[in-house]
Design a protein around this ligand. Structure first.
Ligand code: PLP
Length: 371
């Protein structure tokens, strides 16, 4: 039998989450963010599953867009960071992409380029994230410049990114939004500001467009969940099985450095999944897992190809028993990737994007057999 570790991808859940994003921001059009191989879920498969609903997709770079085009995706694709070098403009045009322009050299490159048809441009403003984008004053000048260059640029939109849309404390978010709203009014610009948390929690930030990412995969990005975010459904189930069982005496250590010591006579299940698959090595003892759909915890340091779990209280667990690292167990029990992240001192984003190519992806969609 093959190694049991698999990432099951529920494309119906992906569609359901996209619909939720759309319903939360009914006057916005939702660009599905599928960068980083759709947060580890497989960009082409996810784009295909969404293409009858999503008016556009967003990725981080031209190479990611190219993979989607080769996979038959014809919808517009936004490059969230625009071009990385001047020579990319030709391919942007050939692939029919939308670009962001966040810095002077990108603007100059576009103005020096002679496209056959003008390229749709999203002008990126730094409203307080202080990562990418023009200052609001610069943005006005850039906007004027692009608006005049009708043979180079078309469909101008104002874009920005929030630093704290997920946080309970709204002060900084409001400051960013106020600045953006002022600018959008001055430019009479259609806007695109909201990421997942702003889509879920800040209706006042829903512009003409929004850009949900992680919520599409069922992770709740909010510091304090709300009614909508609680309806998100997990898309990825990282599933494996127990491949060996140990009975150990009280006080015996398990795994590297003996980090975990049995507080009582214990049964330990060895699971085929490790950091060589992308499972986070920072997982502490006590990190939850589901064995046969019942919650238990990691006991001992995560190894490259294996990890160990305490199955003392799940006597029926044995070699071959299902282990869910996050997602939905066969009995319907859920373990959210967000909760696992909290035990690894990280966030769902790194866990999901971190699932390595060694883990086969298996896709499920109603009426479509897994392949
Ligand atoms: C990744 C990204 C998003 C999506 O963010 P989520 O928090 O995953 O919703 C939106 N906009 C930009 C510019 C991004 O880089």
């Amino acid at each position: 039998m093959a190694r049991p570790l698999i990432a099951d991808i529920d494309l119906d859940a992906l569609r359901q989450n996209y619909r939720l994003a759309r319903d939360q921001a009914p006057h916005s059009r939702a660009i599905a963010v599928i960068k980083a191989d759709a947060y580890g879920h497989g960009a082409v498969a996810c784009a295909r599953a969404l293409q009858d609903m999503a008016p556009a997709f967003a990725v981080a770079c031209l190479e990611e867009a190219q993979i989607l085009r080769e996979g038959g995706i014809t919808a517009p694709i936004m490059l969230l960071e625009g071009i990385f070098e001047v020579t990319e403009l030709e391919r942007v045009e050939a692939l029919g992409l939308w670009i962001t322009v966040h810095t002077d050299w990108q603007l100059e490159a576009l103005l020096a380029y002679r496209p056959v048809r003008p390229i749709p441009v999203w002008v990126k403003v730094d409203s307080g994230m202080h990562r990418l984008g023009f200052s609001p004053e610069q943005a006005e000048a850039v906007w004027a410049c692009l608006a005049a260059a009708t043979d180079r640029a078309c469909d101008l939109h104002l874009m920005s990114h929030f630093a704290t849309a997920d946080a309970l404390e709204p002060g900084y978010f409001r400051r960013q939004l106020e600045l953006l709203d002022d600018l959008a009014v001055r430019l009479e610009a259609p806007t695109c500001f909201a990421n997942s948390p702003a889509t879920l929690a800040w209706p006042e930030a829903h512009g003409a467009w929004n850009r949900p990412g992680v919520m599409l995969y069922g992770s709740d990005p909010l510091e304090a969940s709300n009614e909508a975010s609680r309806r998100l459904a997990p898309v990825m189930t990282l599933r494996s099985a127990i491949i060996a069982v140990r009975e150990i005496a009280r006080g015996e250590p398990v795994g590297y450095a003996g980090r975990w010591k049995a507080p009582r006579p214990s049964r330990i299940g060895v699971v085929a999944c490790g950091y060589g698959d992308g499972y986070d090595r920072h997982a502490v003892d006590g990190t939850p897992v589901l064995v046969n759909g019942q919650r238990t915890t990691i006991a001992g340091k995560v190894s490259m190809d294996m990890l160990t779990v305490d199955i003392t209280d799940i006597p029926e667990a044995d070699i071959g028993s299902e282990v869910v690292l996050w997602g939905r167990a066969a009995n319907g029990a859920l373990l959210s990737v967000d909760e696992v992240g909290r035990h690894c001192d990280t966030i769902s984003y790194t866990l999901l994007t971190g699932v390595l190519p060694r883990v086969p992806r298996r896709y499920h969609q109603a009426g479509i057999t897994p392949q």
